[in-house]
Design a protein around this ligand. Sequence first.
Ligand code: GDP
Length: 328
Amino acid sequence: MRERLSSEAYVNGILAGDRIILSRAITVIESRLQGDRELAHSILQGILPHSGNALRVGITGVPGVGKSTLIEALGTHLTSLGKRVAVLTVDPTSSKTGGSILGDKTRMEELVRNPLAFIRPSATGLSLGGVARNTREAMMLCEAAGYDIILVETVGVGQSETLVKGMTDFFLLLTLPGAGDELQGIKKGIMEMVDAIVVNKADANHAQQTETAISDYQNALHLMPPASSGVPVKVMSCSAIENKGIAEIWNLIAEFENTTRLSGYFEKSRALQQIDWMHEMIRQLLEDSFYENNKVKTRLPSLEAAVKEGNLLPASAAKELIALWLKQ
Ligand code: GDP
C-alpha cells in the first residue's frame, strides 16, 4: 500500500487543485481499511466548506450509445469555455465481471490529456451502494479542487440510474436513432427521471431516423406527468463523433441551471438529496455495525441453520440477533 499523507496535506493539496493529491485522496475514500475510513472522514470534513459549488450532470444510456464519445466532446467544449471538468463513473458491472463496461482504457483519449479535465472511473469490487457512496464523496473532493462541472456517467443497469439521478442536478438520457424498437426497451421509470433526452449518432446520413426518434420521444413524454423541476423535458439530437449539437446540449443544461436556480428548485432538490444521503448512510452504518458485531457473528450461523430447517421464523431470528447487538 502506498504511504498515506496527513489529512491536512490532502486537504491543502486538494484546495490547491493538485490532481495527484486529489487522485490519492479518492483512493483513500475508496479504501475499506478502518484507518483509511477515519482519514477519509477527516479529509471530507476538511473540504466540506469548499464543496457543493459545481454543477453536477448525470449521463446514462445503454453500452455503445456513445456516452464516452459525448463526454469527450462535451468535456472538450466545456474546457474550451475555460471550465474545469471532472468525469466520474458509476459502473455496476465492474464488480461482477472484473472487467468494466465503462473502464476501457482507450476512452476519452483527448480529455484524459486535457489539463482542465480530471477523469476517474469507479472502483471495482464494490456493491452498488458502495460505488454510490464513493462517487458522492469523490464528487465533493473534485468540487473542493475547483472543478466547475462534474459529469457522472452510468450504464443503465439495475438501480444505477436512480443512484445517479439522486446525486446530480441535471440528468441526461442518451439514445439512438431508429427509436421504434429502442423506445420499447427504455424503462418508463427512466423517462420520468430525465431532464433531457438526446438522440446520438444523428450523423448526416441518419437525418430521417433522427427526426422520427425525436418525435417518438416527444410523444412518449406527452403521456408522462410534468417534470418536477418545472422545466419541460427537451428532446434533441447530436452527433458526438462529428461534434454536432454539443454546444446546444451545454446551452440547454446551462439554461436549466439558471431557470431552476431562479425558481428555487435547484437548492430544494440539493437539500433533499443531502437528506436522502444521510438516511442512506444511517442504513449502511447500522448494517455494517450489526454484521461486524462479534456476538452477532457468533450466533448467526446457528440461527441461520434453525431458519433453514424451518424450526425458527426468520423474524424471530432477526429480533434475537438485533437484541444481542443492542445489548453490547
Ligand atoms: P458508450 O459505451 O456509451 O460509452 O459508447 P462509446 O462512446 O464507446 O461509443 C460506442 C461506439 O459508437 C464507438 O465506436 C463510437 O465511435 C461510436 N459513436 C459514438 N458517437 C457516435 C456518433 O455520433 N455517430 C456515430 N456514427 N458513431 C458514434
